[in-house]
Design a protein around this ligand. Structure first.
Ligand code: AMP
Ligand code: DBH
Length: 583
């Protein structure tokens, strides 16, 4: 992997991970080839929308034919391809074709819109962009047409499902390679396999470079801890490209095991439960809000859910009370998972005591995952104390892709990733997530970088300054509240107009603030910095408490007499840029 694009593991660590048998020299292209050779007629992918059932042999063949077609279109090793597909079979055909030729999928989510997609295409200098024609009432061809005019380097748009319109249908790309697929320079196990997205905490989005070797190790480890083998049936209920349903153990873990992957077009019980019954689903993963909905729906459901053995819940903190209800309601084992696309994944073990399963977020996959819980000065804390989680290990990145300045802050000098999570370690080595130090809102598992939304708010001509914080929500866990100071003399705005403005900037809908409050000033800390802590406290006290700090911590009104131009950075947002982030 190229050191210029992202820092990688020092050779002594790489050697250790190889010697331990973690990195076994596998690649995604080869693993599908091997499974197809072992059991060509087993079902790999079930896509209920098209009534499609692809065997391992068929998926392997499709990946080869698409790979040959993509090579013929000039897509080569190292090229980036933004893949924005819903839960359809073509997602797997596409990514395995790209893996085979060594081109890198960039895993966009269906919720991403113009701002995010343009950024991914520009920043990665993507050669191609793969979309469905329409999904969830949204026309991705319109989005692609806009992005194509804005990003000249983008050479191809492929439409994987539905009417391709002005673009090329993905189904027209495959070619029959004469004989076995000939890839001029096939990827090596240590090469990058794809770029995953980070929820991020800054206005600048982060891309996560994962290698074949490191990611496949996390799949193998996950399969072992989640009991996934060739007889398992994994339901992809969350968006397929997200790191959780992709790898914990996810669809790729299931394919690694030679198991069956069932694609669920919608995660609600009305669509998922019939699929669990008809396909005999044994394992799936959900974010906490969905787990609550399933738990409520299951007892009165007409569908037979008895095949379900394991329900993984993660992405955001699952409350103990809700966790207790899962087993009785769904008749399966709850497995909490605390993971991150940057690497480290923790699971409660299937045979952990029931109390451990409902009160902790698990422990790391690997004996070589190094965990440190530290104070604000990076000093190690004793077991049981609450502090910042730092980690290093065989499947945790050593740096984001092309982000040297951010890497200097997000990683210690000796390569530990600063997760931004505040945790406590129990005597049994389990982690309990107690909070978060990063400036992020976790909206039911969807991560929102506060700074990103603040930058979009600041682009409004009437907005002088803005701060976005989390407020508690009974269903989502957290939702977003934007505190906005209007410019002196600006026309009064309604909250709905602010939300509409943000939406109009072409952002994923989940990033639009749930609540907007207009205030005269922001609370300040002792040294005069804006206190997000006080803003969060105000937000959790409800709509009318905003501005309660005025005249106390800060006697200085924040609004200035002469309105600066819209692009001028404000105190709370040194960067005037308006880049998007992600997941
Ligand atoms: P990302 O870096 O976007 O992949 O998001 C990973 C982050 O999600 C973690 O660093 C945590 O903040 C959060 N997260 C994931 N799983 C859990 C969990 N089970 N409990 C609490 N927070 C979680
Ligand atoms: O939230 C996450 O990013 C996440 C949660 C559970 C994750 O990446 C994972 C498991 O692998």
């Amino acid at each position: 992997m190229s050191g210029a694009e992202a820092p990688t593991w020092p050779e002594e660590f790489a050697a250790r991970y190889r010697a331990a048998g973690h990195w076994r020299g596998e690649t995604f292209g080869q693993l599908l080839r091997d499974r197809a050779a072992e059991h060509p007629d087993r079902i790999a992918i079930v896509d209920p929308t098209g009534g499609r059932r692809w065997t391992y042999g068929q998926l392997d063949r499709r990946a080869d034919r698409l790979a040959a077609g993509l090579l013929a279109r000039g897509i080569v090793k190292g090229d980036k391809v933004v893949v924005q597909l819903p839960n359809i079979a073509e997602f797997f055909e596409t990514i395995f074709a790209l893996f085979r030729i060594g081109a890198l999928p960039v895993f966009a989510l269906p919720a991403h819109r113009e701002t995010e997609i343009r950024y991914f295409c520009e920043f990665t200098e993507a050669a191609a962009y793969v979309i469905p024609a329409e999904h969830g009432g949204f026309d991705y061809r319109d989005l692609a047409a806009k992005v194509l005019t804005e990003v000249p380097a983008l050479r191809h748009v492929f439409v994987a499902a539905g009417d391709p319109g002005a673009f090329e249908a993905l189904s027209d790309v495959p070619l029959d390679p004469a004989g076995p697929l000939a890839v001029p320079d096939p990827p090596a196990p240590g090469d990058l396999a794809f770029l995953q997205l980070s929820g991020g905490s800054t206005g600048v989005p982060k891309l996560i470079p994962r290698t074949h070797d490191d990611y496949i190790y996390s799949l193998r480890g996950s399969n072992e801890l989640c009991g996934v083998d060739a007889d398992s049936v994994y339901l992809v209920a969350l968006p397929a490209a997200h790191n959780f349903p992709l790898s914990s153990p996810g669809s790729l873990g299931a394919l690694y095991a030679g198991a069956r992957v069932v694609l669920c077009p919608q995660p609600g019980p009305e669509v998922a439960f019939p699929l669990i019954e008809s396909e005999g689903v044994t394992i799936t993963g959900l974010v906490p809000p969905l787990a609550l909905v399933w738990t409520e729906a299951a007892p009165s459901s007409a569908y037979d859910l008895s095949s379900l053995e394991v329900l993984l819940v993660g992405g955001a903190k699952f409350s103990e009370e809700a966790a207790r209800r899962v087993g009785p309601a769904l008749g399966c084992t709850l497995q909490q998972v605390f993971g991150m696309a940057e690497g480290l994944v923790n699971y409660t073990r299937l045979d952990d005591p029931a109390e451990t399963i409902v009160t902790t977020q698990g422990r790391p996959i690997s004996p070589d995952d190094e965990i440190r819980v530290v104070d604000d000065e990076d000093e190690d804390l004793p077991v049981g104390a609450t502090g910042h989680l730092l980690t290093r290990g065989p499947y945790t990145i050593r740096g984001y892709w092309k982000a040297p300045e951010h890497n200097a802050r997000s990683f210690t000098a000796d390569g530990f990733y600063r997760t931004g999570d505040v945790v406590r370690l129990t005597e049994t080595g389990h982690l309990v997530v107690e909070g978060r130090a990063k400036d992020q809102i976790n909206r039911g598992g969807e991560k929102i970088a506060a700074e990103e939304v603040e930058n979009h708010l600041l682009a409004h001509p009437s907005v002088h300054d803005a701060n976005v914080v989390a407020e508690p929500d009974p269903y989502l866990g957290e939702r977003t509240c934007a505190y906005v100071i209007l410019r002196k003399g600006a026309e009064p705005l309604k909250p709905v107009a602010v939300k509409k403005f943000v939406r109009g900037r072409g952002l994923a809908a989940y990033k639009v603030p749930d609540r907007v409050e207009f205030v005269e000033s922001f609370p300040r800390t002792g040294v005069g910095k804006i206190s997000k802590k006080d803003l969060r406290a105000a937000a959790s006290n409800g709509p009318d408490s905003a501005g309660g700090w005025s005249g106390s911590a800060s006697a200085q009104p924040d609004a200035v007499a002469a309105a600066p131009p819209a692009s001028t950075p404000s105190a709370s947002n040194p960067s005037p840029s308006t880049p998007p982030a992600q997941a």
